[in-house]
Design a protein around this ligand. Sequence first.
Ligand code: IMP
Length: 197
Amino acid sequence: MKELIFVTNNKHKLSEIRQIIGRYYTIKSLADIGFDEDIEETAPDLEGNALLKARHIHDRYGLDCFADDTGLEVDALNGAPGVYSARYAGENASYADNVSKLLEAMKGEPVRTARFRTVIALILDNKSYLFEGQVDGEILTEPRGETGFGYDPIFRPLQSDKSFAEMPAEEKNAISHRGRATEKLQSFLVRETKEAK
Ligand code: IMP
């Protein structure tokens, strides 16, 4: 099977992506290729950060790879935390810190609409491609559920009564931002694999 490097060490993301495209490609993480530095996410948007991460690894190792960047965009906060979702409550903020800060910022706010958006940048045979996935929903008033990660306990997608953290992984993947972006990546890769034969 062909190999693709996923520019991440996030175990949740790795297992989500492997569930979706692991049938077609062997997905390796940064740890698998011995890369343990931080790649600074300095771009002003998700597209820029995803490309920056993929290019960094491609320039260093010359391997086909993809990187993702995700943001939670809350309407009442003018799209915040957005591209700053990972460090919303500070540089080394935990998931719990970020969730608390967001709940505090949304206290008493009646307009709770929000969306998760993921951009995946793929570099394959020296060409780059972007894939996007989005899921609309609302910010809950308190955390619910134990699965998933990040803002999952306080995000309820529109098409469900459950928060992302109350869903088994497959249920979340079927409708999530990353699931949708990954499906687009997968369709593209499957087409490429067939055309290469
Ligand atoms: P990243 O830049 O793609 O790592 O995502 C930024 C931040 O968004 C992460 O640190 C998480 O807090 C949050 N995030 C990303 N994906 C998800 C998800 O699927 N569910 C909940 N939170 C997420």
